[in-house]
Design a protein around this ligand. Structure first.
Ligand SMILES: Cc1ncc(COP(=O)(O)O)c(C=O)c1O
Length: 415
């Protein structure tokens, strides 16, 4: 009998710059307020089933050809739907030729980054921003300058100062990354006048704008300012978007609108022989007749969940929790008293079954974000929201002594 072979050791083969290994998936927490997950009740399952059947019956045989013979930019009817939608909703004058369908807008971030960035480069981003964008920049060895936000998004006075400082030091940033329409995590919408000012600064300093409009469909009153892309006269804006927040994130379908000069570079970098075709076909089939009625239904349901979350936070944390009401989207960005360290709170809350996103992971200013956290209200049910926030408040009180009162019961009365 042969002796069992020793397990093969891959470790000497890994390149030095490989990221640390991923942790194994251990399942979702009982009360999950993390990630950008959507409301399961709002996935239009029946109509998606009808769309799958209709499109497969009509065009299923085209799956035999890479890219459905529609070319590397994606399924033409989906690009045509998007071009019309972006014109109607965001004022953008683009055609199907200016659009590239990608595997979620995370792939858009990768393609834009790979086309523009080298180690040691500098980019400008919002101080509080999307963790996925921030982590990518860290991994690429790119310096990210965070610009503070106010209730109208990125502050233009601070941006002007940063651009001038960088120019004085001989640094030309590669782009200004912004989430102007329902910012992640703060939930602000940049008004049109500020968008104009941003464009003016971009032109003055010769720095393109990278506009991430991932949440732009989820605005409570349905009204959004024109996209920065729509307002730019010189083609210096790369615009990305996604179906993750308007339909479902597991579909993994996003898009990029960019001038050919950069589109052609990104196409050369997109070496996956096309993003999943079935998802694109189903989305095009579903969206053409149903998108405009689906979105208001979705936002109404999300708004009710936000109200449930804000009520629960107010009831459980009282004045210990501060937040601005978001203008749309799926997140509440909360400030707790200064002594709360949300990285520690995250660990203890998780042990009690509650998952939260600790603030420092969503900010370039880790100290400022130490006592902040992000709560996603789209995916938990109203009962999970109420129960989960109560557990979180209990854990926070135990660990940090705040909130002093829980649901109007004195701390001493519960002790
Ligand atoms: C601002 C922003 N951009 C991009 C993404 C990536 O989304 P997806 O790859 O699902 O389109 C997210 C996801 O939460 C996000 O919040």
């Amino acid at each position: 009998m042969s002796t069992p072979a020793a397990a093969f050791d891959f470790s000497p083969l890994f390149p030095a710059d490989l990221p640390p290994p991923a942790a194994k998936w251990t399942g979702l927490a009982k009360f999950s307020f993390v990630g950008g997950n959507n409301d399961p009740e709002q996935v239009p399952v029946e109509k998606l089933i009808a769309a799958v059947e209709a499109v497969l019956k009509r065009e299923g045989q085209s799956l035999a050809t890479y890219g459905l013979a529609h070319g590397p930019q994606g399924y033409l009817p989906l690009r045509e739907f998007l071009a019309a939608k972006l014109k109607r909703d965001a004022g953008m004058a683009c055609t199907a030729d200016d659009l590239l369908i990608v595997s979620g807008s995370l792939q858009a971030l990768d393609l834009v980054n790979h086309a523009l960035l080298s180690r040691g480069d500098t980019v400008i981003i919002e101080q509080e921003t999307y963790q996925g964008a921030l982590n990518r920049l860290t991994r690429l060895g790119v310096s990210a300058i965070g610009i503070p936000l106010d209730r109208e998004g990125m502050r233009m006075d601070a941006l002007a100062t940063a651009l001038a400082d960088l120019r004085n030091r001989g640094v030309r940033p590669k782009y200004i990354y912004t989430i102007p329409t329902v910012q992640n995590p703060t939930g602000t919408i940049m008004p049109q006048a500020r968008r104009s000012e941003l464009l003016r600064l971009s032109q003055t300093y010769g720095v393109p704008i990278f506009e991430d409009d991932c949440y732009a469909d989820l605005v409570w009153d349905g009204k959004r300012p024109p996209a920065i892309h729509a307002m730019a006269g010189n083609g210096g804006v790369i615009h990305i978007g996604s179906f993750s927040k308007s339909i479902a994130p597991a579909l993994r379908v996003g898009f990029i609108v960019a001038p050919w000069e950069i589109m052609s570079r990104m196409l050369a970098l997109k070496t996956d022989a096309g993003s999943g075709a079935l998802e694109q076909m189903v989305l095009a089939e579903y969206c053409a007749p149903h998108f405009t009625s689906h979105v208001p239904e979705l936002t109404r349901a999300l708004r009710i969940k936000l109200d449930t979350l804000m009520e629960a936070v107010n009831e459980q944390f009282g004045t210990a929790a501060e937040f601005e009401e978001p203008k749309g989207g799926i997140f509440l960005w909360v400030k707790l008293p200064d002594n709360v360290d949300t990285l520690k709170l995250y660990q203890s809350a998780l042990a009690a079954g509650v998952a939260i996103n600790p603030g420092p992971e969503w900010s370039t200013d880790k100290a400022d974000a130490k006592s902040r956290l992000r709560l996603c209200f789209a995916s938990p049910s109203p009962e999970q929201i109420r129960e989960g926030v109560a557990v979180l408040a209990d854990v926070c009180r135990r660990e940090f002594g705040v909130p002093l009162r829980i649901a109007n019961v004195e701390r001493t009365a519960r002790a």
